[in-house]
Design a protein around this ligand. Structure first.
Ligand SMILES: Cc1ncc(COP(=O)(O)O)c(C=O)c1O
Length: 267
């Protein structure tokens, strides 16, 4: 890749991450549709999503056979041109890169023991619904979490805990599942949507409202959702221990998610 690539110089690029379970991409159409929206969101030309799907299936075929549980990463930048803020005129070809790497899941017992999160101020821009590679605020928040002996950070905007650095954020309070509604301030997670569908199918009450940060002291369960590992239990929030392992509703949704991803689907 050229060092003049605008993805490298300006973060002028968007991306997607697709999980392969047993060598099969999970919810590929939803990921590609979101990539299409991200491209439009930064005025990048639309790509042939069918062709991108072929790329993912080719990678899954080549690498997925050897590494059935893997991640496919796709990044599209505005291309390479001498450094100048305005879009290149005439336009240059976008740089499209994709790779597939093994995903090493933790053993279930260890995974279900959960992670620790801390809340941090959300100092990102106002277009968090676009999956851009401008992840420096997320990187710094994650490092802040690490320095606070936690595993991830949850962004707080206007007193509301809305999402984590690379995951959506759910709580359970008195049997009701709660997560922020989709606005421009969060990424509309594919796993978030799957979990909402699974919860509805199990008649778990759902409240689509951001979580007031003070209420975190009273929630019973917390989990994150993301493409990497689906439903990820959180057992410590701002140094308050919620439990030794995933709570009952988290566990139900985790089990349902794990069952769903293993169901073979035709292309
Ligand atoms: C900021 C942010 N929120 C939420 C998510 C979860 O989205 P998904 O479930 O589509 O992976 C991600 C995933 O990378 C993310 O970066």
């Amino acid at each position: 890749m050229s060092f003049d690539d605008r993805g490298f110089l300006f973060g002028d690029a968007v991306y997607e991450v697709v999980r392969l379970y047993d060598g099969r991409p999970f919810r590929l159409d939803a990921h590609l549709a979101r990539l299409g929206r991200s491209l439009a969101g930064v005025w990048l030309p639309a790509l042939d999503l069918k062709q991108l799907a072929d790329v993912v299936y080719d990678l899954a075929g080549e690498e997925g056979a050897a590494v059935p549980d893997a991640l496919v990463y796709i990044q599209v930048s505005r291309g390479a041109a001498p450094r100048n803020h305005p879009f290149p005129d005439p336009p240059v070809s976008p740089t499209v890169l994709a790779w597939c790497r093994p995903y090493h899941a933790l053993p279930p017992d260890q995974f279900l023991a959960g992670i620790r999160v801390v809340t941090v101020p959300d100092d990102r821009w106002a277009k968090c619904w676009i999956k851009t590679v401008n992840l420096l605020p997320n990187v710094l928040a994650k490092e802040k979490a690490r320095r606070a002996e936690a595993d991830d950070a949850v962004f707080v905007r206007d007193g509301m805990a809305i999402e984590a650095t690379s995951a959506n954020f759910f709580v359970v309070r008195d049997g009701t599942l709660q997560t922020a509604p989709v606005t421009n301030y969060i990424l509309p997670g594919i796993s978030r949507q799957v979990v909402l569908e699974l919860a509805a199918a199990q008649d778990i009450p759902i409240r689509l409202e951001p979580v007031v940060v003070e209420d975190l002291a009273h929630v019973n369960e917390v989990f994150l959702t993301h493409t990497g590992c689906g439903v990820e239990p959180v057992t410590t929030v701002d140094h308050r221990r919620l439990g030794e392992t995933a709570g009952p509703i988290t566990r139900r949704l985790y089990d349902a998610f794990e069952a769903l991803v293993r169901v073979p689907v035709s292309r």
